[in-house]
Design a protein around this ligand. Structure first.
Ligand SMILES: Nc1ncnc2c1ncn2[C@@H]1O[C@H](COP(=O)(O)OP(=O)(O)OP(=O)(O)O)[C@@H](O)[C@H]1O
Length: 495
């Protein structure tokens, strides 16, 4: 009844003005001030909201009445947060902060370039007015640092992939993620130990190199090109890199990206401390339509405008249209241009089985800082595989046997993946595993040497054929010359 009466007596404008006035009076006399931290700030995700959520969900000093528990799909840890409109009290340097989590239904979809979530979520921070300066200057920074630390330490690292057809999720993110759980490390990676140490030192220098990159005026990023036959451990190496540095991985599926601007948007949505991977780069984009200028200088190619032609379709006006109009220059800008510097501490990794098929512009100095050849299994790599799969150290194996392995391994040209298969299959009987592997290596080495002999024979045959044809041609020419000479001498006599 009172509500109906209130509605009739007070028009909405008057009600609104009275509430505003009351609020002002309340704020004037209140010793508290309030800050709203919403999940979405305009159209962008508010990083502070995520940081507060993470901080509050892991702070041991916090006592709450009701908390919501969540466990992400495939995740190993629980996270808890505040339920709707619930409060939590935190203390920082002796100052009390009250946090309230609010969730409201969004009234109407205001026009924006991407749909906003149906729920509007946020935190309200209540503090005493006298502590306002201190809270704003140190507490929020403290929360941001703490959240980053927690994220790196506790949270599972994530493996992202770009959504199909460049679609965005309800939060406007073009990347989908799952917890990253690949067990590969540099200890388990079978490769030349010297090369491995070199790479590990390079990665460490990069991760600790903020000051260096600042001082030298370079963007804090690094590129690695991993190349070699299939099954030599390129993907395993990427996982080992991520596990070593504690970085997330963004696995970019180039075939799902339609335009250069989409590529840029994807890049903008990656976070720092991440590895951006394009696997099998030679298969990801078609270079057929490219016109090569062939500008090769001193062993390097330069990417001239003609050299960087559109890979997909192009209109006469140079506009991008239709699917897959991504260009090589777009890709190079992605890794190397101004856009590559939005964010920092990022590693780009390209992998390929056919380095010879790659555009020289991609291989040029400065584009990919390190080219790492993942070779067939070497003797040193074999020892690591023995240790991983059979638990054998070098000295535990018979010296004679090891000599045989050493003499045959390079000729066999078997990949670590092939060797792993033999070892896994026989891992219950280690002795059998070693002998079977030796047998496989020997037969592969013999097959390879037969192929080499066949190749040599074929080459010799071809060379022989060529010389015979040349000799025949020469003979024919000589005959013709002789005939001509006889003819001309007869002609002279007749004359
Ligand atoms: N260098 C290596 N050290 C340890 N394990 C390896 C190595 N190379 C390959 N393997 C094993 O072989 C499997 C396949 O390797 P991986 O996928 O890393 O090879 P790749 O070079 O990326 O192959 P592709 O080019 O086909 O993608 C892995 O699961 C791993 O167990």
């Amino acid at each position: 009844f009172s509500q109906t009466l209130l509605h009739t007596v007070f028009p909405p404008e008057l009600r609104f003005a009275s509430v505003k006035l009351l609020n002002k009076i309340f704020n004037w006399f209140s010793s508290y001030c309030y800050f709203d931290i919403t999940e979405i700030d305009g159209v962008n995700t508010n990083e502070l909201y995520n940081a507060v959520q993470l901080y509050l969900s892991s702070s041991a000093s916090i006592t709450g009445t009701r908390l919501s528990l969540t466990r992400a799909l495939n995740s190993t840890s629980f996270t808890f947060g505040l339920s709707n409109n619930d409060c939590i009290i935190d203390t920082f340097n002796g100052v009390t902060a009250w946090w309230e989590h609010f969730v409201t239904q969004r009234q109407s979809q205001t026009f924006s370039w991407r749909p906003l979530p149906d729920e509007k979520r946020g935190f309200t921070l209540k503090i005493e007015k006298k502590n306002k300066k201190m809270i704003l200057s140190s507490y929020l920074d403290f929360i941001m640092d703490k959240a980053n630390e927690i994220r790196r330490k506790n949270q599972d690292r994530l493996l992202y992939t770009n959504s199909r057809g460049g679609s965005l999720d309800s939060r406007g993110n073009p990347w989908e993620s799952v917890p990253f759980k690949h067990p590969s490390t540099f200890d388990t990676l079978a490769m030349d130990p010297v090369k491995k140490l070199e790479l590990m030192a390079d990665l460490k220098d990069f991760a600790d190199g903020q000051l260096f990159y600042q001082k030298t005026g370079r963007a804090w990023k690094r590129g690695y090109l991993l190349y070699g036959p299939p099954g030599t451990g390129k993907s395993s190496m990427i996982a080992a890199m991520a596990n070593y540095l504690g970085y997330d991985i963004y696995d970019l599926e180039l075939t799902e990206v339609n335009t250069n601007s989409e590529l840029r948007k994807l890049l903008m949505k990656t976070t720092s401390k991440s590895i951006i991977v394009i696997e099998d780069i030679d298969c990801s984009i078609t270079l057929n339509n490219r016109k090569k200028s062939g500008a090769r200088s001193g062993g390097h190619y330069d990417s001239s405008p003609t050299d960087l032609m559109r890979i997909g379709s192009i209109s006469p006006m140079g506009e991008e249209h239709g699917a897959n109009s991504i260009t090589l220059s777009g890709l190079l800008n992605f890794t190397d241009g101004l856009w590559s510097c939005c964010g920092s501490e990022r590693i780009f990794v390209f992998t390929t089985n056919h380095i010879e098929k790659l555009d020289p512009a991609l291989l040029r100095c400065g584009r990919m800082d390190m080219h790492i050849f993942m070779s067939f299994c070497s003797y040193q790599a074999l020892l690591i595989l023995f240790k991983n799969y059979l638990g054998f150290e070098k000295h535990e194996l018979e010296a004679e046997l090891m000599k045989e392995f050493e003499s045959v391994i390079d000729k066999a040209q078997m990949t670590p993946a092939d060797i792993s298969e033999v070892l896994i299959k026989n891992r219950r009987d280690k002795h059998k595993a070693v002998l079977e592997l030796l047998g496989a290596l020997k037969s592969r080495a013999m097959k390879n040497s037969m192929i080499v002999v066949q190749d040599v024979e074929e080459q010799e045959k071809r060379a022989l054929e060529m010389t015979t044809t040349e000799e025949e041609e020469e003979e024919e020419e000589n005959c013709n010359d002789a005939l001509l000479e006889t003819c001309s001498s007869k002609q002279e006599k007749m004359n």
